[in-house]
Design a protein around this ligand. Structure first.
Ligand SMILES: *Cc1c(COP(=O)(O)O)cnc(C)c1O
Length: 389
């Protein structure tokens, strides 16, 4: 272990099992460790660095804003925050944006809006939020309660009450649960990222959206991981014929700086008023300037290219030795491998490719602008690793 690694082990809270790799520099989808070894980055900081490391356009936008005003608080207007909110609304048809700093906070905002909406419209007891088993919505005590995976809950009781979980793909269970509870909203991911890159079927999501309408409850879509071009559409719900009332997003939105957003649709646009919610850092001008430089480039032609590259990678994996199935949407790729996913990722590290796991899958979230030849170089290395005895 290097000296830096042992300092980190001694002083940084033990919550992460880090790989024995120290990354010191990079450009685009290629990064280098302290020994000069090159890696292809197929994780992009868990879907955060949408245009890779040190992207020129993003760096210019961020550093230009950094040299003007780095932070002013939400007591004053700043340009990047306003322009980003406008762009997000124009591109989605949503009406208002609340900015926070993370995915968990974006979901907290969606949950608060849903509870206040239901309390005002239906009565304070209409506070139940339904989420899916196997979901992941964050690490705060409320978003943990929303997360439908018991092992995250055990050590942190009591969690925020009012969350009920249902099984994905079971519309009958969803309908019963909506009716059995005083329900405010349904919250779900179109592709469960941490849950193993599990994509909801069209029949289920569109059926669930219909049930929300019929029962006058809100549909919240957690686009923290799937949003901002990741799946080849601007937001993953756009692959389906559904209109969410609330969209939470973060991860790739800021391109590498902390930024989360809760997008509010027509029905809920006026739910929050002065003093109902807030965030000291939320809408920070530097983070928003970076996000603007990302969002402005996610046009239809760019997203079509994301889909085309993803298709090529998916086709190359399909049927390869040691790969049992390929799942996910766009550049959110899950691989069910014959060998344990953790072993595949470890071996890929040795061979110069950084990958992620999600449950029992190998998970790939490369930068959206990864050049096709670099992507396919990584694909070939991953295939070699999967095929090794
Ligand atoms: C990562 C993630 C979160 C939590 O985001 P943080 O920024 O870590 O708080 C919430 N929901 C989904 C779907 C995620 O993938």
């Amino acid at each position: 272990m290097s000296e830096l690694q042992s300092i980190d082990k001694n002083y940084v809270s033990n919550t992460y099992a880090r790989f024995p790799v120290e990354i010191v520099s990079g450009k685009g989808s290629e990064v280098y460790d302290d020994t000069g070894k090159r890696y292809i980055d197929m994780g992009s900081g868990i879907g955060v660095t949408s245009f890779g490391i040190a992207d020129e356009g993003w760096c210019n936008a961020v550093t230009a804003q950094l040299g003007k005003v780095q932070h002013m608080s939400n007591l004053y207007y700043t340009e990047p925050c306003a322009l980003l909110a406008k762009l997000l609304c124009e591109r989605t048809g949503m009406k208002k944006v609340f900015f926070g700093n993370s995915g968990a906070e974006a979901n907290e905002c969606s949950i608060k809006v849903a509870r206040k909406w239901a309390a005002e419209k239906k009565g304070a007891e209409y506070s139940t939020i339904i989420t899916l088993w196997n979901s992941f919505h964050g690490r705060t005590l409320t978003t943990l309660a929303a997360t439908g995976q018991d092992h995250y809950h055990e050590l942190f009781q009591p969690l925020t009450p009012g969350f009920v979980h249902v099984h994905a793909e079971d519309l009958a269970e969803l309908e019963e649960t909506i009716k059995a509870n005083k329900t405010a909203a349904l919250m779900l991911e179109c592709v469960q990222g941490e849950g193993g890159v599990v994509t909801l079927s069209r029949e289920y999501l569109e059926g669930a959206a219909k049930l929300c309408k019929e029962n006058d409850i809100l549909l919240i879509i957690d686009e923290v991981q799937t949003g901002n071009g990741r799946t080849g559409k601007l937001y993953s719900y756009m692959h389906y014929d559904v209109q969410p009332d609330l969209v939470s997003t973060a991860k790739g939105l800021g391109g590498g700086l902390p930024l989360g957003a809760c997008l509010m649709g027509e029905k809920v646009q006026s739910v929050l008023g002065f003093g109902d919610h807030g965030s000291t850092f939320g809408g920070n001008p530097v983070c928003c300037a970076g996000a603007l430089s990302i969002m402005e480039r996610l046009d239809d032609a760019f997203l079509a290219d994301v889909q085309a590259k993803a298709e090529k990678a998916r086709n190359a994996f399909t049927g390869a030795k040691g790969i049992e199935s390929v799942c996910g949407l766009g550049l959110m790729i899950g691989l069910k491998t014959a060998k344990p996913a953790g072993d595949v990722v470890k071996r890929c590290n040795e061979k110069g490719v950084l990958c992620l796991t999600a449950k029992d899958k190998v998970r790939l979230l490369p930068a959206l602008n990864i050049p096709e030849d670099v992507l396919m170089e990584a694909v070939e290395i991953i295939k070699e690793v999967c095929a090794e005895d």
